[in-house]
Design a protein. Structure first.
Length: 142
């Protein structure tokens, strides 16, 4: 199979990831509520912790750290939300049905790592197909 051509795509927020995050958080709230029936203080503290983690997750999903990803023969370049362009590398990736996940790491201005989820609602089918080709050709899958 020939290698994938240069791929450049915009990172957009995914409404389906936000919905999945909300549903999992609601399940966690229900589990805590049902599991600690008689311990009101511990239950309240756990519920507050779940809400805080949920809010942080929603903020991170709504404000992606990346704007653009450029993958070519010369490597991987990312445009951060701040507008800065940095060199990056793949740590791994996986394709599961319509979902493609890329784990990226960069070191400038400090070491950062992110798992980029590309779903049908935030990346077109052609981009995801090219990324699948890239993952299979270079054995980035983990």
């Amino acid at each position: 199979m020939p290698s994938a051509p240069t791929i450049r795509f915009e990172v957009r927020r995914s409404p389906s990831l936000l919905v999945a995050h909300l549903l999992l958080s609601l399940l966690a709230v229900v589990a805590v509520w049902l599991g600690m029936f008689g311990q009101a203080t511990a239950r309240t503290l756990l519920l507050v912790a779940i809400v805080v983690v949920w809010a942080i997750g929603v903020w991170r999903l709504w404000h992606p750290r990346l704007r653009y990803v450029h993958i070519g023969a010369d490597g991987v370049r990312l445009q951060l939300a701040s507008g800065e362009t940095v060199e990056a590398q793949f740590l791994g990736g996986r394709a599961m049905g319509p979902i493609v996940m890329l784990e990226l790491v960069w070191t400038h201005p400090r070491r950062s790592q992110t798992m980029l989820w590309l779903l049908p609602d935030n990346a077109d089918a052609d981009t995801r197909r090219h990324l699948r080709m890239l993952l299979s050709a270079h054995d980035y899958s983990t």
